[in-house]
Design a protein around this ligand. Structure first.
Ligand SMILES: Cc1cc2nc3c(=O)[nH]c(=O)nc-3n(C[C@H](O)[C@H](O)[C@H](O)COP(=O)(O)OP(=O)(O)OC[C@H]3O[C@@H](n4cnc5c(N)ncnc54)[C@H](O)[C@@H]3O)c2cc1C
Length: 412
């Protein structure tokens, strides 16, 4: 039997890899998708999951083009129109309201499991993508004009372009020999679903506290999904507390906002780090999502950067195909590397600086000046919001709502 040939082989069908697979197959590319685990079915009757994402309007447009947003919108999700930022010192919070920036919403809180499941449904019912699941990448042979992948099952796949969407511990990244800078924050993000005496009115609230920020993200039923960043040892202590003691400490940390905490579900903690790869593309291979970059979650941008990676890649591959070029050429790879690496590094260092700025207890006068500056400057607010919304200058066309088909027809 001859070895199957694909335009693109993607390793990893997490939120980012599955989005890319759907976008590419809808644009007429022959795609293979290799994933170790099939996602669990998403069931509305089970309680809200611990992992949620603040999905930006730019990412919503990309998920729409991938065919998944239509399924997500029919299920449990919560748009938010206000972002409220406090530094725990100033009484006056920093407010971002969608209408002031001519936006309908600043973002939508969606469970990761729902995004994952919706993409999986699209891929399965579309029938265009060759799915290798459960299976795993074993080794790659780089033969110049194509990459040859051997899977754990013994199957062999040949592709013009390989995409590593296989998460922070990416095997693809290691195989192409890309080095990474890894900065461990010695912090954990504690996540839980929490109900306060007053329902969350659709506000993404964040208070910067010494040791790390505390965020309450609105859920459909009025509860909030929290991400509470604490130094790792302190996080372990908080995770080990019984529920009432944990609630008492969380009440103190979030005092003054929406009353007292009345319910708190299971908790989990995730170690936080910044990881930046030296290069995002080499040897007919591109890295996207957490395989390429991991950023601090304080502004909820990690998966949004990954969706933008997928959007950019699809756009450039369509353009190359229309021009009759090679989708795995050095020119394609270099341009992806340049654009996406500068974008992700800017975001990662921005998050890093913000974290450091609010993390130092003794610097509250500087903080006050910084907060006052941002409060008064519409330019800074607008720039910040455009970038966070995934709609800033240079955002993929897919993120601004133009259909894949328009790109295929070469319209601007
Ligand atoms: C506490 C916390 C809160 C966060 N909140 C937000 C938020 O609000 N907004 C936001 O944008 N981001 C957020 N993030 C970041 C976001 O969760 C990640 O950026 C995102 O999950 C990365 O998705 P991915 O598809 O790139 O990688 P992953 O989710 O890691 O997916 C990788 C996939 O590859 C598969 N795989 C791995 N190796 C192989 C192999 N060898 N063969 C086959 N398959 C393989 C895995 O099974 C997996 O399915 C948060 C992160 C944390 C820790």
């Amino acid at each position: 039997m001859s070895t199957p040939q694909y335009d693109v082989a993607i390793v990893g069908a997490g939120m980012v890899g599955a989005t890319l697979a759907s976008l590419l197959s809808r644009s007429g590319f022959k795609v293979a998708l290799i994933e170790a685990y099939e996602p669990r079915p998403f069931e509305e009757q089970t309680d809200v999951g611990l992992r949620v994402s603040a999905v930006s309007p730019g990412s919503t447009a990309i998920l729409e083009q991938a065919g998944a947003w239509q399924l997500i919108a029919d299920q449990r999700n919560r748009p938010y129109r206000r972002m409220q930022v406090e530094d725990g010192v100033e009484l006056d919070p920093l407010l971002f309201d969608a209408p002031q920036f001519n936006m309908e919403r600043l973002g939508t809180i969606v469970e990761n499991a729902l995004i994952q499941w919706s993409l999986w449904q699209v891929l399965k019912t579309g029938g265009q993508v060759a799915m290798f699941c459960p299976d795993q990448l074993k080794e790659i042979e780089f033969s110049g004009d194509q990459n040859i992948l051997t899977l754990e099952s013994g199957k062999v796949i040949v592709a013009s372009l390989l995409v590593g969407a296989d998460g922070a511990a990416s095997r693809v990244r290691k195989a192409i020999g890309v080095r990474q800078d890894h900065y461990a924050y010695n912090q954990h993000g504690i996540v839980a679903v929490v109900g306060k005496s007053k329902p969350n009115p659709g506000v993404a609230w964040q208070r910067f506290l010494p040791g790390g920020p505390l965020a309450f993200l609105p859920l459909e039923d009025g509860r909030s999904s929290i991400v509470w960043t604490r130094p790792s040892a302190e996080a372990q202590r908080l995770l080990a507390l019984d529920t009432q003691d944990f609630i008492d400490e969380l009440d103190m940390a979030s005092s003054g906002w929406l009353g007292k905490i009345e319910s708190c579900g299971p908790r989990a903690g995730f170690p936080l780090s910044m990881r930046l790869s030296d290069c995002y593309a080499s040897q007919r291979t591109v890295l996207i999502g957490d395989a390429a970059h991991v950023v601090h979650p304080l502004a909820g941008q990690g998966v949004n950067l990954g969706f933008a990676d997928a959007g950019y890649l699809v756009e450039s591959l369509i353009a190359v195909r229309l021009a009759g070029g090679d989708i795995g050429s050095a020119k394609v790879l270099n341009s992806f590397d340049r654009w996406r690496r500068s974008e992700s590094e800017a975001m990662a260092f921005g998050m890093h600086a913000l974290r450091s700025f609010f993390n130092i207890e003794g610097l509250s006068p500087f903080r006050r000046i910084g907060m006052a500056l941002v409060k008064r400057s519409w330019v800074i607010k607008d720039l910040f919001l455009q970038r966070a919304a995934g709609l800033g200058r240079g955002a993929p066309k897919l993120a601004t709502g133009s259909a894949v088909i328009e790109l295929l027809q070469g319209k601007d």
